[in-house]
Design a binder for this molecule. Structure first.
Ligand code: URP
Ligand code: ZN
Ligand code: ZN
Length: 484
């Protein structure tokens, strides 16, 4: 069955133009004028864009004694409602568990997905098994990006020797290193001090994670990545100190990308001072929300291109789960939601305010990360042959965000009461129209896993060059770079 999207303005990361677009067999078949098809979708007044890719989600994730409440069913439905057509989730081995074993668990959970998805692998401990299985994960499973937690001491955190060993292995295999950049040792000390002084409430979560702990860890990870010769992706960049380190590294030609979250761009630290414990605890995440100076830095980074991608780190816990931390802020499960709201919030606060162009919006919500993760132009593009993951975006459609009408399974929304202007008229996932003006017709199990390739060929070429001319590799990956 063919679908034609008519009368819209196509927007990609590099241009906008008036054209129709025809979909067949789940892919974009043709772009041109006066196209016809069996089903016609009217895009008058709308932008037709590559569907959003959220490269940072935690669906049904075991964490802090519980599981995040949105799974691959509710999470991917929430994604589609907000114009996101692909998510990248983190397969997370528990300490001592093999990577392939953990992947099997994520394979099982993700069969419910309503939109396409891929995985990053987390490295939560180090040993020969992890070293060996990394090769299989990259070469057989098509998972090329590996996250390392520099925080959560005693749980997920890895130390510098483990970080360096893992980064070197990734350099050899053509993978990408990712980091959660916070100094976990310092956080643990500050948490203990605050608790001992009787600061047990959610506001102390923010005090225990000042921007310096993030800036220090980002700098350290960048230097370790440089020594290992591996490209580095810094997740949930929330502050100027971390952004400054990334900016500086990029200016020096290092292959480093930074990912701010929509929450850090639009919500600030005053949320933790709210008199209602539940309100503040629902917003506990790491890194915490920051002040205006940091928000301005993040927006400037998106405008200048020193930050590349806007994500959500969607890791949603119910109020009941958050209450595990009553009387001890260190036990509040860390994480917030946002999958459904990332695109409308970024359009409202980014494009409608004039901070970003529609093309930049496409770049930071979709195309840049498709390039970084090596699934472009299958994803993140409007060209014949690409997957028909498309959002028809109505810049005039408005709503007030509310938990009462959301798709996410939790009982609140951190953006409650925020007015957004700019919403999907249609969201299309591999040719299936999953959302029509707010009404969902998505299909459980429609989502497929997206395997990706590493940069082994380029790394081999680099090592040849290195043998001839240089004593150590530089962090060049060969990943398509322009403007990302
Ligand atoms: O608080 C957060 N960010 N929770 C999710 C896990 C992580 O650190 O990414
Ligand atoms: Zn993290
Ligand atoms: Zn995360």
């Amino acid at each position: 069955m063919s679908i034609v999207i008519r009368n819209g303005t196509l927007v990609t990361h590099d241009r906008s133009w008036k054209a129709d677009l025809r979909i067949e067999g789940g892919r974009i078949a043709e772009i041109g004028e006066g196209l016809t098809g069996e089903t016609e979708l009217d895009a008058t007044g709308c932008y037709v864009m590559p569907g959003g890719i959220d490269p940072h989600t935690h669906l049904e994730m075991p964490f802090m004694g519980t599981y995040s409440s949105d799974d691959f069913d509710s999470g991917t439905r929430a994604a589609l409602s907000g114009g996101t057509t692909m998510v990248v989730d983190f397969a997370l081995p528990s300490p001592g568990q093999g990577l392939l074993d953990a992947l099997q668990m994520w394979d099982n959970k993700s069969t419910r997905a309503h939109c396409d998805y891929s995985f990053h692998m987390a490295v939560t401990w180090w040993g020969e098994q992890v070293f060996d299985e990394m090769k299989t994960v990259i070469e057989t499973r098509g998972i090329t990006s590996f996250k390392h937690f520099m925080a959560y001491k005693g749980a997920l955190m890895v130390n510098d020797d483990e970080l360096f060993a893992s980064f070197r292995r990734l350099a050899e295999l053509g993978g990408i290193a990712m980091v959660h950049a916070e100094n976990g040792d310092v956080v643990a000390e500050l948490q203990a001090k605050l608790m001992a002084e009787g600061n047990t409430g959610p506001e102390a979560h923010a005090y225990s994670r000042p921007s310096q702990v993030e800036g220090e860890a980002a700098n350290r990870a960048i230097m370790i990545a440089d020594m290992a010769g591996v490209p580095l992706y810094v997740v949930h960049v929330s502050c100027e100190e971390a952004h400054e380190a990334i900016r500086r590294a990029r200016q020096q030609g290092k292959r480093v990308w930074g990912e701010p979250l929509i929450q850090h761009l639009t919500l600030d630290e005053s949320e933790y001072q709210h008199p209602d414990w539940d309100h503040a605890a629902r917003r506990v995440m790491s890194p915490p929300f920051r002040d205006k100076r940091h928000q301005d830095s993040l927006w400037a980074g998106l405008q200048a291109g020193s930050l590349s991608v806007v994500a959500t780190d969607h890791c949603a816990f119910t109020t009941e789960q958050k209450r595990y931390g009553l009387g001890d802020f260190t036990k509040i499960p860390n994480g917030t939601g946002g999958l459904e709201d990332r695109m409308p919030m970024l359009w409202t606060h980014g494009v409608a305010t004039g901070r970003l162009t529609p093309e930049e919006f496409v770049a930071v919500t979709s195309t840049n990360v498709a390039k970084i993760l090596n699934c472009y132009p299958r994803k993140g593009a409007l060209i014949p042959g690409a997957d028909a993951d498309i959002v028809v975006w109505d810049p005039e459609r408005e709503k007030t965000i509310s938990a009462a009408s959301q798709v996410s399974a939790i009982d609140y929304n951190v953006f409650e009461g925020h007015r957004v202007k700019g919403l999907p008229r249609y969201t299309i996932t591999r040719g299936h129209v999953a959302v029509t003006e707010g009404s969902l017709q998505s299909r459980e199990g429609h989502g497929q896993f997206v395997a990706r390739q590493g940069n082994g060929t380029v790394n081999r070429a680099l090592s040849k060059w290195k043998d001839l001319t240089a004593p150590r590799p530089v962090a060049r990956s060969g990943i398509p770079a322009s403007g990302v």
